[in-house]
Design a protein around this ligand. Structure first.
Ligand code: ATP
Ligand code: MG
Length: 507
């Protein structure tokens, strides 16, 4: 049964009449409202002025639950076999439209946006350049590389009204190589790494586990073009380090494991695996690798030696999936450090040399005037799969537990006595204060029992909750609860807002 948490009628305390129309939205995100909201305007996002940022899917926008769309399910969906799929359905983050294809409802969309933002920031740090290629590609490009036939049933082939063969891109090596060969002539334009975050389609035989193995899914895919193998390996290392940082910022331990190159080809590749019992890959590794972290170390992405050293540090301990596992090598690890488990592949990097540049004629003139094929690699992050992987790694029996860096809302405000003037006013003040600080709060302003409000907050897993009730307010106190530990502290509303703001400011 679908229970839509947003009642059709406004609650008694919310003004119904809208003297002003809803403010115009900037394309794809809420335009920040500046200055005090006029009193006649409904209190939608009053005081909210999120800091400007790169435009991604689902950006910051503080919300009142009565105005939001959070279609929480009461029952456990029977079709979900793993916890992330079950919780994403229950919390109204996604809705399946057909096998392996989902609508991203507002809460899920927000998390997707947070992940994208981290990916963009870390790609920028590594010097990689964002762009956007289409989802539909002409089959002729894939005929040039030989993959139109070789890719098999996973490739969704489409014919347009002019009988032209098209396909829904499962990856973009051909298209980016075509762009490169059309515009780049000289070695002086190198090194070059272009990437995009775009929907992909792979007609998987068994789409399952919700967004973890979809047919349509969001991927960050990047492509490097270099003059020499050595430069291309530097690009490989740049990707390895930027990916390590990307996953660390999401609070995930993703271990680079030596991988098999599969249909993309090439022989130098690592997959990044997040350990989880529900993972589809079997993994074998030396426990020593669990202690490795980039942490706050300064990385100079132009420093070949530094990046190579980091790469060696993270790839020397044994870590492989079942595809590349070597039992004899594994047995050389001291027994107490041998770990065998399961993992979720959240990314992969490849160096494949001149495979596509040879096939498609992507050449540059080098410093001696000779035409040479460029060395390439491709690098992917499973952006939509990461939402599921993050939930697999962060949940308890009550629901999800979001790390601050990717949480859909920064904090929840629970009003225990909706309609009580003092409680309402304290919640409004907190909402305005947190919004102004860029914390992006979700205010549960429904006329619901406390138990129901707590259950919703626990399910959607916001890392911090401020509970405001008339009894505490008499002493000037609210409760601040940490979702992960369950610890609750009493403090003034200002202190609670300041504490949360400081946590997010430090991210
Ligand atoms: P898998 O082995 O899981 O099928 P892959 O190795 O074929 O994945 P890549 O081509 O390496 O996938 O794609 C880059 C990333 O995209 C993967 O590491 C994974 O995180 C994500 N990804 C791949 N296939 C899917 C899918 N069907 N649903 C969701 N994410 C996917
Ligand atoms: Mg892969």
């Amino acid at each position: 049964m679908l229970v839509v948490a947003r009642p059709c009628a406004d609650p008694p305390t919310a003004p119904r009449a809208r003297a002003n129309p809803t403010p115009k939205r900037a394309f794809g995100r809420d335009a920040p409202l500046r200055g005090p909201a006029p009193s006649a305007r409904p209190k939608r996002n009053a005081g909210a002025a999120p800091p400007p940022q790169r435009r991604c899917h689902g950006e910051t926008s503080p919300m009142r639950l009565t105005r939001y769309f959070l279609p929480v399910l009461k029952e456990n969906p029977a079709e979900a076999q793993i916890v992330s799929h079950r919780l994403m359905l229950r919390a109204g983050m996604i809705k399946q439209s057909s096998a392996g294809i989902y609508s991203w409802l507002p809460l899920g969309f927000k998390v997707l946006g947070k992940i994208e933002k981290i990916v963009h920031e870390e790609q920028a740090r590594a010097g990689h350049i964002p762009m956007l290629m289409p989802t539909l590609q002409p089959a002729d490009l894939w005929r040039e590389s030989g993959r139109y036939d070789a890719y098999g049933e996973e490739l969704l082939r489409i014919r347009d009204r002019h009988e032209r063969d098209m396909l829904y891109g499962p990856t973009n090596e051909e298209m980016i190589t075509d762009i490169f060969r059309s515009h780049v002539e000289s070695y002086k334009a190198l090194p070059l790494t272009l990437y995009h975050i775009q929907w992909k389609f792979r007609d998987e035989t068994r789409p399952r586990f919700g967004v973890m193995r979809g047919r349509e899914f969001l991927m960050k895919d990047g492509y490097n073009f270099d003059l020499t193998q050595e430069d291309a390996m530097h690009a490989y290392n740049r990707h390895m380090v930027s990916y390590l940082r990307t996953y660390e910022r999401m609070g995930l331990k993703a271990i680079p494991m030596r991988a098999d190159s599969g249909p993309i080809g090439g022989d130098n590749t690592h997959e990044f695996l997040v350990l989880a019992e529900t993972g589809e890959s079997e993994v074998f590794y030396d426990k020593a690798i669990e202690d490795l972290a980039l942490g706050a170390r300064e990385v100079d992405f132009d420093d070949h030696a530094q990046l190579e050293a980091i790469r060696d540090e993270f790839t020397t301990p044994y870590a492989r999936t079942d595809e590349t596992h070597d039992a004899a090598l594994f047995d050389q690890i001291p027994e107490d450090r041998r770990v065998q488990g399961r993992g979720i592949e959240v990314g992969q990097i490849f160096y494949f040399g001149t495979k596509y540049s040879d096939a498609m004629g992507a050449e540059v003139i080098d410093s001696t005037g000779k035409r040479v094929a460029v060395h390439m690699g491709s690098h992917g992050i499973g952006v939509s799969r990461l939402v599921g992987a993050l939930i697999e790694a962060n949940h308890d029996d009550k629901g999800m537990i979001w790390p601050e860096s990717v949480t859909p809302f920064g904090a929840g405000i629970v009003n225990l006595r909706q309609g009580d003037d003092a409680t309402d006013a304290a919640c409004e003040a907190l909402y305005a204060k947190l919004s102004a600080a860029g914390v992006d709060p979700l205010y549960d302003d429904r006329n619901e029992r406390a138990g129901a409000k707590f259950a919703t907050m626990d399910l959607i897993g916001l890392p911090w909750r401020i509970t405001v009730g008339p009894r505490g307010l008499k002493d000037g106190l609210v409760e601040l609860t940490c979702r992960r530990t369950g610890e609750t502290e009493e403090m003034s509303p200002d202190a609670a807002a300041a504490k949360i703001a400081a946590i997010y400011a430090a991210l």
